[in-house]
Ligand binder design. Structure first.
Ligand code: GLC
Length: 538
């Protein structure tokens, strides 16, 4: 098989855009769809001057009160006026498609906004026809919450609605009431919504909060988590969520979504789940058609060592079938940025890792220029989770505006943006890095462009091998014609690794300073946190 015959979601690098922060085209301090259209050539102009991504995932752009920045939807079939309109969305889809870029919509169907007309109806009376579209429960005899379930964003999962004296359930903020996926009308409505967006040209969905879709029907208490350490672990870890998440019926919801997608050629679903390996394995088998995969977030929190990464990646690959698509993720809008969590050299090595593993890589906007988390003063914080969980849980630092150039407001906007710009924007920006042949941006471009045309990276097998130095994680991607050897130095010291007697050619190093095609034999010297790709023709 040639990689050109693969479905798009098995051969594309997917780039996550946080629309609030990508590019402001109308001087209101907030990014928008026209801004994204302006930057499509940066993402992929069909030459190797651009990043070369094959798809973009748009974090939510639906109308929303923005209590959770779009993850609280008040109308599933429209675009928030801050970002544009359905017409501009159509323009984005068609211009993206012209450049070979697919569009993935964020599908937030675990919950709606409390201002969604469905919830307004549902809460209006106990016998409203939409009452059962959400999850309502009587208080305990003493008036307290029905059980001990806690929400991801802090506090109880239950809020009392005084008008009808019943509690409603919310896995996230009180302004994000959970839909009742056991209700057939809700299921029908969701099908229509997916079909609506497919008819508008989208190529895939990123399914938000998939493990939270269904809760225990008997509302049993969650058991305490013995590993929880007050003040150290996130408050959500206080309980093992045995009854409040990851229930068997999640399979039916995913199945329903897959059926809609498999009726429409080439639509891909990627689900947000924070599951252990056994559950992930089951998740892959939820649908008969190979159109869906769960994210693997395990690498994001893993302590930086060759052994940890090797074990995690080997175990994951061994658990999956050859046709499964592993989706390793190193960053997103909920987690600390790579350069802040690991350091900038490690971020470069991580780029080599992510873009040479088996599967479909997701890159969060700004990672390609090594953006850092930005310290946000409390009075400028916007994330609703900071109000309930405390400022240290705010996700604003990783959501700041994209740094395009050294102009005012980093070329993101002509006015003060919704979140502050990083102080380092004069050096860390696209325009500057485009002129620097050794920049992290040029590393991402080199890696993505290489991956796009490499049958070995797209189709080859994966196997890790023992390096002489324990600080080096080494693995091979292989087809019958070619072998690629990837070596990553996880330590802060220079290491020379022997290469038996074989003659390799250099594809690239994370420092970008050894020319492609250089012959490498006997050994390779890797500087601190350096990674490289070597090629061997068979
Ligand atoms: C997902 C999103 C997160 C959001 C939450 C509630 O975890 O990634 O940003 O707050 O769902 O929708």
């Amino acid at each position: 098989m040639k990689s050109s015959n693969l479905p798009w979601y098995k051969k594309s690098v997917i780039y996550q855009i946080y629309p609030w922060s990508f590019k402001d085209s109308n001087a209101d301090g907030v990014g928008d769809l026209k801004g994204i259209i302006e930057k499509l050539d940066y993402l992929n102009d069909s030459t190797n001057q651009s990043l070369g991504v094959g798809a973009i995932w748009l974090s939510p752009i639906y109308p929303s009160p923005m209590k959770d920045f779009g993850y609280d939807i008040s109308d599933y079939c429209n675009i928030d006026p801050r970002f544009g309109s359905l017409e501009i969305f159509g323009e984005l889809v068609s211009k993206a498609h012209d450049r070979g870029i697919k569009i993935i919509m964020d599908l937030v169907t675990n919950h709606t906004s409390s201002l969604h007309p469905w919830f307004i109806e549902s809460r209006s009376s106990k016998n409203n026809p939409k009452r059962d579209w959400y999850i309502w429960h009587d208080p305990k005899p003493d008036g307290s919450e029905p059980n001990n379930w806690i929400s991801v964003s802090g506090g109880s999962m239950w809020t009392l609605d005084e008008k009808t004296n019943q509690y409603y359930l919310h896995n996230f903020l009180a302004e994000q009431p959970d839909l009742n996926w056991r209700n057939k009308e809700v299921q029908e409505e969701m099908k229509k919504i997916m079909e609506f967006w497919i008819a508008h040209g989208v190529d895939g969905f990123r399914v938000d909060a998939a493990s939270h879709f269904v809760e225990d029907e008997q509302f049993r208490d969650d058991p305490a988590n013995e590993k929880y350490i007050e003040g150290k672990t996130s408050p959500y870890e206080k309980f093992s969520h045995t009854f409040s998440t990851n229930q068997p019926e999640v399979k039916e919801v995913i199945n329903l979504m897959c059926n809609i997608c498999s009726e429409n050629k080439d639509i891909f679903i990627v689900s947000e789940t924070y599951l252990g390996l056994e559950d992930i394995k089951r998740f892959y088998r939820f649908c008969d058609t190979p159109v869906q995969a769960p994210f693997n977030f395990q690498l994001m929190g893993l302590p930086w060592s060759a052994q940890n990464f090797r074990t995690a990646i080997d175990t994951y690959n061994a658990a999956l079938l050859p046709e499964d698509v592993p989706i390793f993720v190193l960053g997103n809008h909920d987690r600390m940025r790579l350069a802040s969590q690991r350091g900038i050299h490690q971020a470069r090595a991580a780029a080599v890792l992510l873009l040479t593993l088996r599967g479909t890589p997701f890159v969060y906007y700004g990672e390609e220029i090594g953006m850092h988390d930005v310290g946000i003063p409390p009075q400028k914080m916007r994330d609703g989770f900071a109000e309930t969980l405390g400022n240290s849980f705010s996700r604003d630092p990783q959501r700041t505006p994209m740094q395009w150039n050294a102009d005012d407001h980093a070329g993101f906007s002509t006015v003060e943006p919704w979140l502050p710009i990083s102080k380092d924007f004069k050096e860390v920006n696209v325009a500057y890095q485009e002129t620097d042949p050794y920049s992290i941006l040029n590393l991402y471009k080199t890696l993505i462009q290489y991956r796009n045309i490499s049958d070995t990276l797209l189709l080859g097998t994966y196997r890790s091998i023992n390096a002489e130095a324990p600080e080096i994680y080494a693995y091979v991607r292989e087809t019958k014609n070619e072998l690629l050897l990837i070596l990553i130095n996880f330590s802060g010291v220079t290491i020379t690794e022997p290469l038996a007697t074989r003659k390799y050619t250099m594809i690239c190093t994370s420092n970008l300073d050894i020319p492609k095609g250089t012959q490498i034999s006997e050994s390779i010297t890797l500087r601190p946190h350096e990674a490289c790709i070597l090629r061997l023709e068979k």
